[in-house]
Design a protein around this ligand. Structure first.
Ligand SMILES: Nc1ncnc2c1ncn2[C@@H]1O[C@H](COP(=O)(O)OP(=O)(O)O)[C@@H](O)[C@H]1O
Ligand SMILES: [Mg+2]
Length: 398
């Protein structure tokens, strides 16, 4: 068992564990032979051979070292060393440059949320690294893009780490039977051993969805094998369609190369999808919610128009969470009744314009709740008030 301060190979003094997936341990260590203080921190990944750790794991571990050695990119950690220790059991170690920062997973765990703008920028940075990998000769597929393998460096750059699942295209053509990747992020074809460049694009899409929704893609609902995320976030239509294209279940429906994805993202080009028109209507109006009651140019989705029972039956309460301040008029006895009828008729439109709603579905759900409350509580109270008003009218007439 490894302990803090222990020195490996008379050179690497281990300091803090960064990861342990049961097979590999990752440690932050100090390189005692480093010439400059600023280069003295390194990452040592260790694999103890034997037991549950089998030849396939060792093969991947060795490949990780070999590939890392060949890579030269400013946002991929540099290879430093590879060693083997024969001490009761057999240990293999891979040493690489340490990237000071925080992984995107750590950021998510710490509750950080990512806006569309931020996610677009992250996407461009990752796509540039992937372009470098895919365009190498032979090309390299990462096969394990996910938040824990992406580091947000202290210099605000995004780094790609963990080449433990890489596939060197020269080594294998066609199907490979070492299944790698992480459930939720890796596409189906990868689990069938048939990864292609578009497989990394799927994992990128799933990762970006995690950043936007705060939920791991495996926890999001699926429909026809597609991750359902659109109703949880408010995105521009072009970005939503771009993401949808990344996570198409069939690889041939995705962008086939990173530069295609990059061009489409940069130009904000609208990706043609079967149901793009249907989305268009809905999305445009979503962005118009909360635009202000007096905004005449705003579009209000047809689907939400209609009688608002919640507003009609409980005008005194309904107006507060919906930010419809016209509702205050219902407290004035002389015009209270007319206001209430007006709220029933115009309530949906006014509530839509008064508050910012995440989606049409969220709006409808909210109003449905009020309608139920209105029927259960508001209706009996309203009937009593109306009966009172009616009795007063009759009294005053006769
Ligand atoms: N070069 C690095 N610089 C900084 N942190 C790293 C580096 N490599 C890995 N890490 C951190 O250690 C964690 C585990 O390392 P990783 O290579 O992903 O191991 P595993 O193969 O077990 O997933 C990563 O999630 C990341 O937070
Ligand atoms: Mg990892």
């Amino acid at each position: 068992m490894l302990q803090t301060e222990q020195i490996l190979q008379d050179r690497y003094q281990i300091q803090r564990q960064l990861g342990n997936n049961g097979i590999r341990q990752t440690w932050l260590a100090k390189d005692l032979q480093a010439t400059e203080e600023k280069n003295s921190l390194v990452v040592v990944k260790l694999l103890a051979f034997g037991g549950a750790v089998q030849w396939d794991d060792l093969k991947l571990f060795e490949r990780e070292g070999q590939i890392l050695k060949q890579l030269n990119h400013p946002f991929i950690p540099k290879y430093i060393d590879y060693f083997c220790i024969d001490d009761h059991s057999l240990w293999f170690g891979l040493v690489q440059e340490y990237i000071p920062g925080e992984s995107l997973k750590e950021k998510l765990v710490n509750g950080e949320r990512f806006t569309e703008n931020k996610v677009r920028k992250i996407a461009v940075k990752i796509l540039k690294i992937l372009t470098y990998l895919h365009e190498l000769n032979p090309g390299v597929l990462h096969r394990d893009i996910k938040p824990s393998n992406l580091i947000w460096g202290e210099n605000n750059q995004i780094y790609l780490v963990d080449f433990g699942a890489v596939q060197d295209k020269a080594a294998k053509e066609g199907a490979t039977f070492t299944v790698v990747g992480t459930y939720g992020y890796a596409p189906m074809e990868q689990f069938g051993g048939r990864a292609v460049p578009a497989s990394d694009l799927y994992a990128l899409g799933a990762t970006l969805i995690h950043l936007l929704t705060g939920l791991p893609p495996a926890d999001l609902p699926q429909k026809d094998l597609r991750i359902q995320f659109a109703d949880r976030v408010s995105l521009s239509l072009s970005f939503e369609n771009w993401l949808q294209k990344l996570i198409e279940p069939a690889p041939e429906q995705r962008f086939s190369h990173t530069h295609q994805a990059l061009d489409a993202l940069k130009s904000g080009e609208m990706v043609q999808q079967k149901n793009a028109i249907k989305h268009l209507d809905i999305k445009e109006v979503i962005n118009n919610s909360g635009c202000g009651l007096f905004n005449k140019d705003a579009t209000v989705p047809e689907e939400i128009l209609g009688w608002n029972w919640g507003a009609f039956l409980m005008p005194w309460f309904w107006m507060w969470p919906n930010n419809v301040w016209y509702g205050l008029l219902c407290f004035i006895p002389q015009i209270g009744l007319i206001t209430t009828i007006y709220l029933g008729a115009k309530g949906n439109e006014w509530a839509w314009k008064s508050r910012r709603w995440r989606s049409i579905e969220q709006f409808k759900q909210h109003q449905r709740g009020w309608a139920i409350a209105g029927i259960m509580i508001g209706a009996p109270v309203s009937i009593m008030i109306w009966m009172g008003v009616f009795a007063m009218l009759i009294d005053s007439i006769f």
